[in-house]
Design a protein around this ligand. Structure first.
Ligand code: NAD
Length: 683
């Protein structure tokens, strides 16, 4: 007998065992109709005397992979998931969860409400709510510690990382791991065995073994926090998770649930969670380009050419070798080629040393890379990415030759940071095949790829660029041509403002620490030292970076920069830099007595960024505010929990930013002024 309980849940009874199947593609999210169906299933299992036991599973590719987070913004309608799970757990007939794919968030909480859990060998289970600035709010913080102990539970919930089936079994999270294709049969078999068994059902909410043990471990929570300090830095959700698990250990289940719910609501309405949810959606949006869809033909990229084996070229080539695409790397001199290939090999070997690649993988990948000093070797590649020196003359030489050498239909891309892609396209007879593929350094690591659309780039070329980004595990953001595209253009005013602020009198370590407290891994002055003082040119005739470089101080890579560095790379303000600051102040007639507070530092550095972001939007360089946020987070390590610059601006208050810019003597962008006066927002 089979019954449909809701649009997404059905129940089939066979030999006294009800199999409840959730069918809500693509990931069986626990939306309203699934919750209604599960309530109906629980009612039926409870009341139908023909049913003696049940299995809960799903159709398609996974056990439920979480809540329906679109509902977060529209409002969640009854029945709420916690009540659904409580009802299932309270049933007097054994219920087995048959877990496969990725049981995440509410999906895993549902499984925790079942009396037994069987997992397919390839399944993964996790509670990733922390990544959205939330905590597992359907009993997860209360049941998981009762099942696997507080420490293991905290590990999963504070990191948000899923565990594989084998580990889940070892932890006691699942009762049994079985072959993928035997999952349902094994789950039914277990249900049948359990229905014949007398005695109370194992309800996780009633388990006390772990809570008693954990209650006796007086410094468990302090120890966990000390050991995982990095995961707590700046963010509030991990502390709320810790607090909820403390309740699980100290309080009866019902009281603990109340504590969990109160903490969940605090997080749900927090700016951090709003920011992280914005980023979650923004990350998924970036690949959508108006006018480009499934019907846009893609160009097959089976081989790639990279020109220049320097800092960028090497990293770019690695991205393709990593996914099995052969790459030809072109250099001008044999030494440069050898050095470049050597750096790539060392990179791979270092990864292998950390156990993340086998020696064989290293050789396979190196085997996909062929060096050459002859551009003619690029005659048959599908895509060329140019990463030579940042000079229009050299780019002209390269692109006019490529145009002659490359087969028709080959895509010609430049990794230029600041040069005009439209101008570069004029060096070829096929401007429609030209685009920018702007990687960030180190190119094999940084997750952002700006796909720069030239005036004449064809839809197919852009669609292929966006798709390729995904293939090499980067997040693409589409940019139009301008000086610096999105991320670099956005952050240039930040760098400039940091220099002005330093000269005006705020010490470098105070500027840097204010931005670290905001959430950046390092402040702008330390960042300059890391990038290299010779890489960025600031406006003005006498600049601090120019003076430092003149003294052969180029930052961390050579002799230190603003800071001197010890062998552990810890920086202290360099006496040489302090002298230079004085010298430039005198030269520019700056008193150097304006020391700002941390809040003033944040405003002074970030308001100009917001202003630039507004210009990037109004000029149509970026498609959406969310794209700018993603570019800042992935390209410049902007703290995700602040939402990126545009989301942060919305939360911080646009009128305040307009007033602040005016007070700094900066003209607010038209779009910013308009939104501020209308009570509008970027995001
Ligand atoms: P780099 O100096 O490290 O490497 C450039 C390499 O190109 C050198 O090895 C050089 O020998 C080689 N080369 C020069 N002319 C050539 C030619 N005609 N044919 C073949 N090889 C040639 O420079 P980089 O930092 O890798 O920068 C390369 C490009 O990437 C520039 O356009 C730069 O603006 C851009 N970029 C750099 C970064 C960064 O952080 N370094 C980030 C994004 C984009």
């Amino acid at each position: 007998m089979s019954v449909t309980l809701s649009d997404t849940v059905s129940l089939t009874v066979d030999n006294g065992i009800a199999v409840v199947a959730i069918d809500n593609p693509p990931v069986n999210a626990l939306g309203l109709s699934v919750r209604e169906g599960l309530v109906a299933a629980a009612d039926k299992i409870g009341s139908d005397t023909d049913i003696k036991a049940a299995v809960i599973t799903a159709k398609g590719r996974t056990f439920p992979a979480g809540a329906d987070i679109a509902e977060f913004d529209t409002g969640i309608t009854d029945p709420w998931l916690p009540a659904v799970i409580d009802q299932i757990e309270a049933l007097e007939k054994p219920v087995v969860a048959a877990i496969f794919g990725t049981a995440l968030g509410g999906g895993l909480e549902l499984a925790l409400g079942c009396h037994y859990r069987v997992a397919a060998a390839s399944a993964r289970m996790g509670l990733p709510e922390v990544k959205l600035g939330l905590l597992p709010g359907a009993g997860g913080t209360q049941r998981l510690p009762r099942l696997v102990g507080a420490e293991a539970a905290l590990n999963m919930m504070v990191s948000g990382k899923p565990v594989k089936a084998a580990l889940a079994e070892k932890m006691g999270l699942v009762d049994k791991v079985v072959a993928d294709d035997a999952l349902l049969a094994e789950a039914v078999q277990l249900a049948a065995a359990m229905m014949a068994k007398d005695g109370p059902l194992p309800r996780v909410s009633e388990m006390t073994e772990w809570t008693e043990k954990d209650a006796a471990d007086a410094d468990l929570f302090d120890r966990f926090k000390a050991e995982h300090g990095r995961l707590f830095r700046g963010v509030i959700a991990p502390d709320m998770i810790l607090d909820s698990v403390k309740s699980a250990v100290a309080l009866p289940f019902k009281k603990g649930l109340e504590a969990e719910n109160a903490n969940f609501m605090k997080l749900f309405t927090s700016d951090q969670s709003k920011a992280l949810r914005h980023i979650f959606f923004a990350m998924r949006e970036t690949s959508k380009v108006p006018g480009i869809g499934k019907e846009t033909p893609l160009i097959d990229v089976k081989s790639v050419g990279v020109i220049g084996a320097g800092t960028m070229g090497g990293g770019i080539a690695m991205n393709f070798a990593n996914i099995g695409i052969p790459v030809k790397i072109i250099e001008v001199k044999a030494e440069a080629l050898e050095r470049g290939l050597g750096v790539i090999r060392k990179n791979y070997e270092n990864t292998a040393k950390k156990g993340r690649l086998t020696a064989e993988d290293v050789e396979t990948r190196m085997g996909l890379l062929t060096g050459s000093l002859d551009m003619e070797d690029l005659a048959d590649v599908d895509l060329v990415i140019e990463a030579v020196f940042e000079s229009m003359e050299i780019k002209e030489k390269v692109f006019s030759r490529l145009d002659k050498i490359c087969k028709p239909g080959a895509i010609l891309a430049s990794n230029t940071s600041f040069l005009d892609i439209d101008h570069i396209a004029t060096f070829t007879s096929r401007p429609e095949m030209v685009l920018g593929l702007h990687f960030f350094s180190p190119a094999n690591v940084m997750p952002l790829l700006e796909v720069v659309r030239g005036e004449k780039s064809s839809d197919s070329v852009i669609a292929t660029g966006m798709k390729l980004a995904g293939a090499i595990k980067k997040t693409p953001v589409l940019a139009r041509v301008c000086d610096g595209f999105i991320a670099n253009r956005l952050m240039f005013p930040y760098m400039v403002a940091s220099q002005e602020m330093l000269l005006a009198g705020t010490p470098m370590q105070m500027i840097d620490s204010a931005m670290r407290d905001y959430g950046f891994a390092m402040g702008p002055i330390a960042l300059l030292d890391l990038i290299g003082l010779d890489v960025i040119t600031f406006p003005g005739e006498m600049t601090m970076t120019g003076e430092l470089v003149a003294q052969e101080r180029r930052g961390q890579k050579l002799n230190g920069g603003f800071y001197d560095y010890d062998e552990k790379r810890k920086g202290t303000p360099a006496p040489a830099a302090l002298d230079i600051i004085d010298k430039v102040r005198k030269h520019r007639d700056i008193a150097g007595d304006r020391k700002l507070t941390p809040d003033q530092v944040v405003a002074g550095l970030l308001y100009p960024v917001i202003n630039e972001g507004a210009k990037i939007l109004e000029e149509g360089i970026a498609l959406r505010a969310g794209d700018i946020d993603v570019a800042a987070i992935l390209g410049y390590n902007w703290p995700a929990y602040q939402g990126g610059p545009m989301c942060w601006a919305d939360i911080h208050g646009l009128p305040k930013i307009v007033a602040g810019l005016e007070a700094m003597g900066l003209e607010p962008a038209a779009l910013l002024k308009k939104l501020a006066s209308e009570g509008g927002s970027f995001t």
